[in-house]
Design a protein around this ligand. Structure first.
Ligand SMILES: Nc1ncnc2c1ncn2[C@@H]1O[C@H](COP(=O)(O)OP(=O)(O)OP(=O)(O)O)[C@@H](O)[C@H]1O
Length: 474
């Protein structure tokens, strides 16, 4: 049985270069069989202890019926299995959310850990270059934990000493394909630990109906859609400026109109004013009544309206100076949201140089000084290149909907956003699947969040305007 031990082959080597006088005979140290057996037994024991430590519940569930069967016979084991199953079955059937929260996702996580991640961990790490082969042993990042949510697996990983987050961010494609997921996103849990998110399904694959107009007036954050984790996507508009970038047909209109819907009760209460710049004469003209006389389409009128916003901003700044440092919306000093559809029409594509400079200066002034005094800008943009929009970095919050080129993602969301999983250039151009889908990068977080804006149809806008006018008349 132990005829062939490690080292036996080497003993038969006599020379690496035949026909030479020098004979090379490597020293062979024979390991006694008993030591090999002890080592294997020790490894088996350590593996069992590790298994019990890591998966005590799973192990208990599997071993308890076996032990009962062995001690008291198969009937007792069958009863022991049937009783919990008769409780869990109806629970899973009739109250799926609580069953999943307590049992379902944990079971799935354990299964995915064993069957997907642990099974493929070594080859994926080595082939993607995240593991190293050092002194005859594989050094692999440690797979610490898998948790499951309704839409994704979240894998907690301990990086190898000396590795950087970018080493992982650069290999998201390898990881996604290696573990059979559509994509992979990397976030930092704490120093040395990462969370890898592998979606199992896409909760944003179907269009979302328009969010209903809220009952109570609020300046936000306003609900404009849904996040990938199935939570509502609430867009902050007061106290920031938001840039929405996306190719034609990406669904920029749905972000703008969803924000308008969310603010309508506050508009009616006099706490918010919506000012609209619509140089394309398309998107915002449809619900023009919502903006009252604060609507401009002609570039000259747009420049005048922006200058007026700057004047209000300056007047407020003068009044607030030394008295208050942040804006609280009131009827006297409402929050002014300047909505600009296709801002490049006013900045880059404007043939009148004087107007172009006036508009760019006004936008730059508003985006640098407006938020503390209650003047915000929500701008939509098709082409995020610097030549087209040189003030894009003045917007603290950015949304990248479908973009044409991969380089545009970092232009909108900032350096490294695409490496961290914001694949805005991979969003489907088919409206049902991809319109309104995008990635948000907030001022406060480097990690992009995948979202989908609710679709506000023409009928929704018409209905909203009718209700708004009726509310104003009453
Ligand atoms: N959130 C959404 N969910 C589903 N479909 C949407 C959504 N938003 C828009 N669509 C669909 O995509 C089409 C294009 O949308 P929209 O005109 O808003 O895009 P856009 O980015 O404003 O384009 P453009 O820059 O050309 O004006 C709409 O006609 C609609 O059918």
């Amino acid at each position: 049985m132990f005829k062939k031990l490690p080292g036996d082959e080497a003993r038969t080597l006599v020379s690496t270069t035949p026909d030479t006088a020098v004979v090379f005979r490597p020293a062979v140290v024979q390991t006694p069989a008993i030591i090999t057996i002890v080592i294997f037994a020790w490894r088996l024991l350590a593996g069992l202890v590790r298994l019990t430590w890591r998966h005590p519940i799973a192990l208990a569930v599997l071993t308890a019926p076996a032990v009962l069967g062995w001690l008291y016979g198969w009937r007792v084991a069958l009863v022991a299995v049937t009783i919990p199953l008769s409780v869990l079955g109806p629970w899973a059937l009739f109250d799926r959310p609580t069953f999943n929260a307590w049992i379902g996702w944990r079971l799935l996580a354990w299964w995915r850990l064993v069957w997907v991640y642990r099974r493929h961990w070594q080859p994926v790490m080595m082939i993607s270059g995240l593991g190293r082969h050092l002194r005859g042993r594989d050094c692999l990042p440690r797979l610490l934990k898998v948790t499951c949510t309704s839409w994704a697996d979240v894998v907690t990983v301990k990086m190898l000493s000396g590795q950087a987050v970018t080493d992982w961010a650069d290999r998201t494609e390898h990881l996604a394909h290696g573990f059979g997921a559509a994509s992979c996103r990397v976030t930092v849990a704490r120093a040395g630990r990462l969370l890898l998110t592998f979606p199992r399904c896409d909760p944003l694959a179907v269009p979302l109906p328009a969010v209903s107009v809220p009952e109570t007036p609020s300046v936000g954050p306003v609900e404009v859609g849904r996040q990938e984790n199935v939570q509502p996507w609430r867009l902050k508009v007061h106290g920031t400026h938001v840039l929405v970038a996306g190719a034609t047909g990406a669904g920029k209109g749905s972000v703008i109109w969803s924000a308008v819907r969310g603010l309508l009760p506050a508009v009616r209460a006099g706490l918010v004013e919506l000012w609209a710049l619509d140089p394309k004469l398309m998107e915002l003209s449809y619900g023009r009544a919502v903006f009252g006389d604060r609507y401009a389409a002609d570039p000259k009128e747009c420049a005048d309206l922006l200058d007026e916003a700057v004047s209000v901003m300056r007047e407020r700044a003068g009044r607030f100076a030394g008295a208050q440092r942040s804006h609280v919306p009131t009827v006297d000093d409402p929050f002014i949201l300047v909505i600009v559809d296709e801002v490049a029409f006013l900045t880059a594509y404007q043939s009148d140089k004087g107007l172009r400079q006036r508009i760019t200066a006004a936008l730059a002034t508003l985006t640098t000084q407006g938020r503390a005094v209650g003047v915000g800008v929500l701008a939509a943009l098709q082409d995020p290149r610097k030549e087209v929009m040189n003030i894009r970095n003045l917007f603290p919050d950015k949304i990248a909907l479908r973009l044409d080129e991969s380089e545009q993602v970092d232009m909108v969301l900032g350096d490294g956003a695409r490496d961290r999983g914001a694949l805005a250039d991979h969003i489907s151009p088919i409206p049902e699947q991809g319109a309104g889908v995008g990635f948000v990068r907030l001022e406060t977080s480097p990690d992009p969040i995948r979202v989908r804006a609710a679709y506000v149809s023409d009928a929704d806008i018409r209905h909203m305007v009718r209700e708004h006018l009726a509310g104003e008349a009453a």
